[in-house]
Design a protein around this ligand. Sequence first.
Ligand code: AMP
Length: 194
Amino acid sequence: MTIIVLFGPPGSGKGTQAQVLAQKFGFKHVSTGDLFRYNMKNNTPLGQEAKSYMDKGELVPDELTTKMLKDELQRNPDQKGFILDGYPRTTSQAKALDSLLEELLQSGVDITLALSVEDEILVERIKKRSLDSGRADDADENIIRNRIKEYYDKTAIVSEHYKAQNKWVDLEGVGEIDEITQVLSKEIEKVSSL
Ligand code: AMP
């Protein structure tokens, strides 16, 4: 069982890379953003609650998010590995993840791969993505900037949790998609138990 966390600000390419890497390594891709959007689309109570935060570009409270992640892990037993995209986003989520992985899978995070991209490039990428993502939180520059602010206020600090465990690698998130996939793949191969 290999557990990879893809980390980085909104627009850094986590989702794109997670999809390709999951396919390549045969791992399950879990995106908490996608799970929230699925719940919103189906108008579930979880989706209704998450919407009020997502529409403003704020993080959804930890308890709701962690419960949703736990359910998703439990729905997918017997995987070779997981690529987590967009979770954890707070130190409290990182601690919850350690406990959950131990409890459910007798496992832990193998490595956190962090993509770094300059803020103005993030804003431009997300605006461009909004043309076909259909996401309300991609279409409005104020919301985009608030999501980036949330990242610096609450998420960036999660690096300390993984650095203390020697499970953190900083990588350049600007360049050709294929080249970044290759760099990420090399890091996954180093820790993969396959
Ligand atoms: P994403 O698709 O990863 O950009 O996430 C879209 C939105 O979903 C975020 O702006 C948050 O409102 C919410 N979200 C996704 N993952 C998390 C998380 N781990 N913790 C809190 N909120 C989250």
